[in-house]
Design a protein around this ligand. Structure first.
Ligand code: PLP
Length: 456
């Protein structure tokens, strides 16, 4: 067998991307106040800002879109998608939503009360925000290995079972349910093992608590289990996914990830207990329970996408993509979070810019340099995103300076990755010329989206 793992698709429709000159990019970045969030997408050559809702749909999905039944109630498209979700999750109740955070909001509002506490491996930011908005404490309990960027471990997304048990014993009365996020978004999609999910579910059951899974990347997680967990080498990925779901009592999904669509999400529930509350909340916020904020055609595309996202050739290529870029970075002496996860690579900016003071935001600087050098857009996960300016004008900084490159599904080919690897390797040699920034204007919250900067 040849060793090259090819993209398991051919191209039927193309979207041109625009090369710009270095001089143009200098001008565009300054006009964007040195903040890549403020660039126009058409001025970006390779857009790795996020993998969320940015992927390419298949010809079968576009075909299914024409089949969308736009009836307000009881549309055929709802029943088609419900059958797919029920088969994969094994859960009785399916409630569509327009995206993942809507699923979270509707479920948590129906189930959680102020003063409660929800343990998770790591809460995604919208999950945390939706819980905290309701006055619920969101507790992260990922294993210690999951917090060490250079440490190799096959399942860095695992939850720390000992700490989870201690929390259940002491705080059990405050816990409405336990959560686990597959894959764990933190660190670029680190997987959770089947053994960990099973043991966590059992622990929760001993304490009489249900398990809710955040399943945005359940298919990528299932493929990691097949590749890394002894005993699953020969199990079809679909069956691995079904076993993962078998331990959960409910789940929230952003179909913009492994649902392979540009917009969509859902809640699935095994039992009847919460369904009425969830459906009532849905009608208030999203729409009638058979469309949940989506068009019938969106439901069709999701039904096809959920099946395609579980194809093993696709998943093998998908996980290999991040791994391949990791190998190229390793060869170039650029550090990154290891091992690479499912949907992204996190560059450790400190390995490119070891001498830049943190006050000049090295990861932000590297992010800008990636755009200037190669027209590539990533996102800073460092002291602009997580640092804070205090009342006295001083700042707190993040403990890591990372640049995340997140990969849209089925969109970029190997030569795009080769190009990016070359650009990043080149930046390591040009590090002395990479300029840091100072923030001249910023909002009180989530400053990375809109802050304005100047070169130092
Ligand atoms: C994207 C994401 C969400 C939220 O989904 P949206 O569709 O962006 O609202 C929740 N959890 C995880 C792990 C995610 O990656």
């Amino acid at each position: 067998m040849p060793k090259t793992l090819i993209e398991p698709f051919r191209i039927k429709s193309v979207e041109p991307i625009r090369m710009t000159t270095r001089a143009e990019r200098e001008r565009l970045l300054v006009a964007a106040r040195l903040n890549v969030f403020q660039l126009r997408a058409e001025d970006v050559l390779i857009d790795w800002l996020t993998d969320s809702g940015t992927g390419a749909m298949s010809s079968r999905q576009w075909g299914a879109i024409m089949e969308g039944d736009e009836s307000y109630a009881g549309a055929r498209s709802f029943y088609r998608l419900q059958a797919v979700v029920q088969d994969i999750t094994g859960m009785k109740h399916f409630v569509p939503t327009h995206q993942g955070r809507a699923a979270e909001k509707v479920l948590f509002t129906a189930v959680c009360r102020k003063g409660e506490l929800v343990p998770n491996n790591s809460h995604f930011d919208t999950t945390r925000a939706n819980l905290e908005y309701l006055g619920v404490e969101a507790l992260d309990l990922v294993i210690p290995e999951g917090l060490q960027p250079a440490l190799l471990h096959p399942f860095k997304g695992n939850i720390d079972l000992e700490r989870a048990e201690a929390v259940l014993q002491v705080e059990g009365h405050r816990i409405p349910f336990g959560m686990i996020t597959v894959t764990n978004n933190t660190g670029g999609g680190q997987p959770v093992s089947m053994a960990n999910i099973r043991a966590y579910a059992q622990l929760l059951r001993q304490h009489g608590k249900p398990l809710i899974m955040d399943v945005c990347r359940f298919a990528e997680n299932a493929m990691f289990i097949k590749l890394r967990e002894p005993g699953y080498e020969n199990t079809p990925v679909r069956e691995i996914a079904q076993e993962m779901f078998s331990y959960a009592d409910g789940c929230t999904m952003s179909a913009k990830k492994d649902g392979m669509v540009n917009m969509g999400g859902f809640i699935a529930l095994r039992h009847d207990t919460w369904v009425d509350g969830v459906r009532n909340g849905l009608i208030m916020a999203e729409g009638f329970p058979t469309y949940g904020g989506l068009a019938g055609r969106d439901l069709e595309a999701m039904a096809v996408g959920l099946e395609e996202g579980l194809q093993e050739d696709y998943l093998r290529y998908r996980l290999r993509t991040a791994e391949y870029l990791g190998e190229r970075l390793e060869a170039a002496g650029v550090g990154f979070v290891k091992p690479t996860g499912g949907h992204a690579v996190y560059i450790d900016a400190r390995t490119v810019l070891p001498d830049m003071p943190v006050a000049h935001y090295p990861a932000w600087a590297l992010c800008n340099a990636l755009y200037l050098e190669g027209g590539i857009r990533g996102v800073e996960i460092g002291s602009v995103m997580f640092g804070k300016r205090l009342a006295d004008g001083s700042e707190t900084y993040h403990r890591m300076e990372l640049v995340r490159l997140a990969f849209p599904r089925r969109m970029y080919t190997q030569s795009h990755f080769d190009y990016a690897a070359e650009v990043i390797a080149e930046l390591r040699h040009k590090a002395a010329g990479i300029r840091g920034v100072r923030i001249v204007r910023q909002p009180p919250f989530l400053r990375h989206f809109t802050c304005e900067c100047e070169w130092v």
